[in-house]
Design a protein around this ligand. Sequence first.
Ligand SMILES: [Zn+2]
Length: 128
Amino acid sequence: MAFLDKINDFAKTATEKTNNAIETAKLSAKIDSEQRSLNDIIRKIGEHYVAKIDAGEVLDEEVMAIYEGVLASRKTIAELRAEIESLKTPKNPEGGSAEDSSCKFCPYCGKELDVSAKFCLNCGKQQP
Ligand SMILES: [Zn+2]
């Protein structure tokens, strides 16, 4: 019964393929999960060194160059936060400055600070 054998073979192959697909999906999910753990560890290493540089340490040139990106992002975040703040603050109907002078934002980390603050409470950087 060569014909039935062929059908059996076909069914077996199909089952195998399905099982392999399920196994592949399981393994891919494990890889994704492990990749997330790895990314988390790398992020922690990054945060560790950023904290050091924030505290005044100077690391090698390449790291310092990457750190410029951190500063740029913090500055952008601070500017965007200030923009949100200016949207919240009702415009002065007298036409004077609508700027709220009681607070400012750290240009390094974006933390909201008292306008008189000389240093950031969050990152410790001297304020301009
Ligand atoms: Zn700060």
